[in-house]
Design a protein. Structure first.
Length: 171
């Protein structure tokens, strides 16, 4: 006799059916579920979601890979800060039945470019006064590359006109 799936798996399916991203970090979903329910652990949630035959694991990322020398508390703080800005480490999933369309890819490119450009502007705003001209110049160069990507996307018909761009990225 097979065991009934945990109640959260249907919630995960509904989440994945509706989320605009289509490919969603498992930890992002777990954070929402855990805040309301208090269980299961992230490890158990991840195990069940990844073993479900209706979901497909997609490549994940690790936003803590380049932070050598930090103590565990600093790593946790860095991870919380990254997640507060929408950057989740770990596996990602999508529903096998949900297709990734060219429109979806265009939306995600815009969303992530918006987020990147906003983060770069924030980095420039808090740059130390004693930063070298070369350091500031490098940051300005990267900001200009993000703006060029935005223009290129628009010229390719994947972006709305300039005045439709948000001042702060969403989600």
């Amino acid at each position: 006799m097979s065991q009934a799936p945990p109640e959260f798996i249907q919630w995960v399916h509904s989440y994945l059916e509706q989320d605009e991203d289509i490919i969603v970090p498992v930890k992002k979903m777990w954070n929402e579920w855990y805040a309301a329910q208090g269980a299961p652990s992230l490890a158990e949630f991840t195990r069940v979601v990844l073993s479900d035959d209706r979901t497909e694991e997609m490549p994940g990322v690790d936003h803590t890979g380049d932070i050598e020398g930090m103590d565990p508390e600093e790593v946790e703080e860095h991870e919380r800060d990254m997640e507060a800005h929408g950057f989740y480490s770990g596996p990602r999933v999508k529903l096998k039945a949900r297709e990734i369309t060219p429109e979806h890819i265009a939306r995600m490119l815009k969303k992530h470019n918006d987020r990147m450009e906003w983060a770069l502007q924030q980095a420039r705003a808090v740059m130390p006064e004693d930063a070298s001209e070369a350091e500031e110049g490098n940051l300005i160069d990267v900001i200009m590359l993000a703006r060029k990507l935005r223009r290129d996307l628009r010229e390719a018909g994947l972006e709305p006109p300039e005045d439709d761009w948000p001042t702060r990225p969403s989600g």
